[in-house]
Design a protein around this ligand. Structure first.
Ligand SMILES: Cc1cc2nc3c(=O)[nH]c(=O)nc-3n(C[C@H](O)[C@H](O)[C@H](O)COP(=O)(O)OP(=O)(O)OC[C@H]3O[C@@H](n4cnc5c(N)ncnc54)[C@H](O)[C@@H]3O)c2cc1C
Length: 427
């Protein structure tokens, strides 16, 4: 344990006096297995896949619960957007009685049962603030800050990034935002339409969340206006008695993507009509090709379009600027609103804490190598859940990572027996 004392001494030496005063306490923990950052579905999947291979990991989570995105940052009416068979994690199917599109609560129940089944016990309230590979030690140093600002440094041979594509809300800077005067909130804080009954609400962003929030508002006696700045593919959630996603996956086994896109667009036109008539213009490129190239997900309609057609949800072009309790649009029109909901998406937070430039792009915090090769970096660095392919992509990553770690670590098992395992911390 001599080298550990050396680490501790160096860390204290490196700090300036102010930093030392701010630190509540600092400890160093050596871990014999990999550290997984994030206890969302991806982190849980990676921990479970490793567990069944006999590799114990430590899961660090900034929040006080697993799946914090689902538990704390999603609206009440949310259901899985895709059928359950495309959303289950490795090694454990959904319970038989679950509907095709499980509710948010059912999905959370499933994840809690998953963590119990594989005995995954994350260290909660541990925000990872930096992670760096120490070339001299040949190990990763991962620094966390707890609720009372207490610091911990973990030293480990592998690092699995599972902080998600949705770690931080994206809040656009709209001219005049400060003058608006009414509530402006991101969808991560939106819970239910009932909170906006009788109000005129401007919903910015026409992805799945923006469209669904509009429907929820409408069903709760609010008057939503949807801002549609870009082109968007709206597809029916189901076609020919099958889920659109499932049918697309099946067709892709036999036909080129271009033809499957053509098929999806024809059936969508038959079932939904010409969405451009309602202000929802389609991109030039087909929905699957666009998803493949840019990651932009098509909207799966759950009833919003019917409300738009009926005039219960208005569609407006981009915002020019906000004024007190009103918005001026790029077409020159101005309308009054009581509140604004920003359905403007999320971004990765990896560049803010991972000190590494090869694997992850500093620009968007996603792996630079495209799917399916983005899960593995150098020196025991891995990424799970950054494929822009939802839970299905996360499951694929988790399995690949566990296979790789099992293979590499068996070969290097001598090296890892060097560490004393703090069993209380390891899943
Ligand atoms: C509204 C909504 C609906 C969706 N519906 C579907 C769907 O139906 N099907 C589908 O496949 N996908 C869906 N998705 C995509 C979604 O991203 C995945 O379902 C899933 O949540 C991704 O899991 P994850 O573990 O990668 O990320 P997350 O669920 O975001 O989990 C990441 C975890 O990392 C933690 N974390 C972040 N930074 C740090 C840090 N520095 N230190 C410690 N911990 C940290 C977070 O607190 C969080 O708990 C949906 C997304 C949204 C927003």
């Amino acid at each position: 344990m001599d080298y550990l004392r050396e680490i501790e001494g160096k860390r204290l030496h490196d700090r300036n006096p102010n930093e030392k005063m701010m630190m509540k306490s600092s400890r160093c923990v050596c871990v014999s297995g990999p550290i997984i950052v994030g206890a969302g579905p991806s982190g849980l999947a990676a921990a479970a896949c490793l567990k069944v291979k006999g590799v114990r990991s430590v899961v660090l989570e900034r929040s006080h619960c697993i799946a914090s995105l689902w538990q704390l940052k999603t609206y009440d009416r949310l259901r899985l957007h895709l059928p359950k068979q495309f959303c289950e994690l490795p090694l454990m199917p959904f319970p038989e009685g679950f509907p095709t599109y499980p509710t948010k609560q059912q999905f959370i129940q499933y994840l809690e049962a998953y963590a119990r089944k594989f005995d995954i016990n994350p260290s909660f309230n541990q925000s990872v603030v930096s992670a760096e590979y120490d070339q001299v030690l040949g190990l990763w140093r991962v620094r966390t800050v707890g609720l009372k600002k207490e610091e911990t440094e973990y030293v480990c041979p592998g690092l699995i990034v599972a902080t998600g594509e949705n770690a931080e809300p994206v809040v656009p800077d709209i001219e005049g935002m400060k003058d608006f005067g009414g509530d402006i909130l991101h969808t991560s804080l939106y819970k239910k339409g009932g909170d906006f009954g009788g109000k005129r609400v401007l919903v910015v962003g026409c992805g799945n969340s923006g469209m669904e929030v509009c429907l929820d508002l409408c069903n709760h006696n609010a008057s939503p206006t949807l801002v549609v700045r870009d082109t968007v593919h709206v597809l029916p959630r189901e076609m020919l008695g099958k889920s659109t996603f499932g049918l697309s996956m099946w067709l892709l086994k036999w036909l080129p993507m271009r033809l499957v896109d053509g098929f999806l667009l024809i059936v969508s036109r038959l079932l939904l009509g010409d969405t451009a008539r309602y202000g929802l213009h389609r991109p030039q490129m087909g929905p699957l090709q666009l998803k493949n190239l840019s990651g932009k997900t098509p909207v799966l309609d759950v009833g919003t379009l019917a409300k738009i057609k009926a005039g219960d949800i208005k569609v407006s072009p981009g915002i020019q600027r906000l004024r007190p309790l009103s918005a001026e649009f790029v077409n020159g029109k101005t309308e009054k609103f009581d509140a604004i909901i920003l359905a403007t998406g999320y971004k990765s937070n990896v560049p803010s804490w991972l000190k590494e430039k090869e694997m992850f792009s500093v620009k968007d915090g996603l792996p630079k190598r495209p799917f399916p090769n983005g899960w593995k970096g150098e020196s025991g660095l891995y990424a799970v859940g950054f494929t822009k392919r939802g839970l299905l992509g996360a499951s694929m990553d988790a399995k690949s990572i566990a296979d790789d770690i099992e293979m590499c670590w068996k070969a290097e098992s001598k090296h890892f027996s060097y560490f004393a395992r703090p069993s209380s911390l390891q899943s």
